[in-house]
Design a protein around this ligand. Structure first.
Ligand SMILES: [Zn+2]
Ligand SMILES: [Zn+2]
Length: 224
């Protein structure tokens, strides 16, 4: 059952300490992504190269940026946010994204979230990516294009799949419902990114509807 967090005092998503949704101690233990990063997909690279070979895989995203590594307190916080209903973690997690975008000088006209399939949405009760997107729209004073990005078929979980299978799982799984999108830039939000396959499949649907460049953005990045 989702935590009725509006009735409870803030509790750290990383360590459960009472007082704030992400305590100072956990904040100090968040691992930032370390240079050199792939200029396109933001993956940590073993040596300074321009990109990691992702150009062949990510066909629709113009780039991908993640705030922090998916480790330690962030891994626990994202898990509580997503699977234990700690919706209030959307604000501190979105703040990590906003800080990273400011450092990188990344901007856009609109913010769109990766959708869940309706069955998954009804099980979970909320779309964690949309909660993050809502926080970012508020914080950055951005809107979203008229229409909605939908997941047209349920897709198997990406966890535990190899890179090739991840791309196959989500290919063609998203569509834009609404009018043509103006050719303006979009920030596409998800909670965690690994290969970028899901974000790229979403970007494909947005581009097909006419959008400008799509930057994938996640709170956390899993190294593969
Ligand atoms: Zn903590
Ligand atoms: Zn790359």
């Amino acid at each position: 059952m989702p935590l009725l967090d509006f009735l409870l005092p803030p509790r750290c998503g990383g360590c459960r300490a009472v007082g704030s949704w992400l305590c100072e101690r956990c904040r100090s233990r968040i691992r930032r992504l370390e240079e050199p990063l792939c200029r396109r997909c933001g993956a940590e690279l073993p040596s300074a190269r321009r990109d990691c070979g992702c150009r062949a895989r990510l066909k629709s995203l113009s780039r991908l940026r993640s705030a922090v590594a998916y480790e330690g307190p962030i891994e626990r916080a994202v898990h509580r946010f997503k699977y234990e209903g700690w919706r209030r973690l959307a604000a501190p997690l979105a703040l990590l994204i906003a800080e990273r975008l400011a450092v990188e000088g990344v901007g856009a006209r609109w913010v769109v979230s990766v959708p869940l399939h309706p069955e998954r949405l009804s099980q979970r009760g909320f779309n964690q990516a949309e909660l993050l997107a809502g926080e970012l729209r508020r914080r950055l004073r951005l809107g979203s294009p008229a229409g909605v990005l939908v997941r047209t078929r349920p897709t198997p979980p990406q966890v535990g799949q190899d890179r090739k299978r991840r791309f196959e799982n989500v290919a063609g799984a998203f569509a834009w419902r609404g009018g043509a999108i103006k050719a303006e830039s979009i920030l596409l939000i998800d909670d965690v990114a690994t290969t970028g396959a899901t974000l790229d499949a979403c970007a494909s649907a947005l581009r097909a509807a006419g959008s400008g460049p799509v930057t994938g953005v996640s709170v956390a990045r899993v190294n593969v």
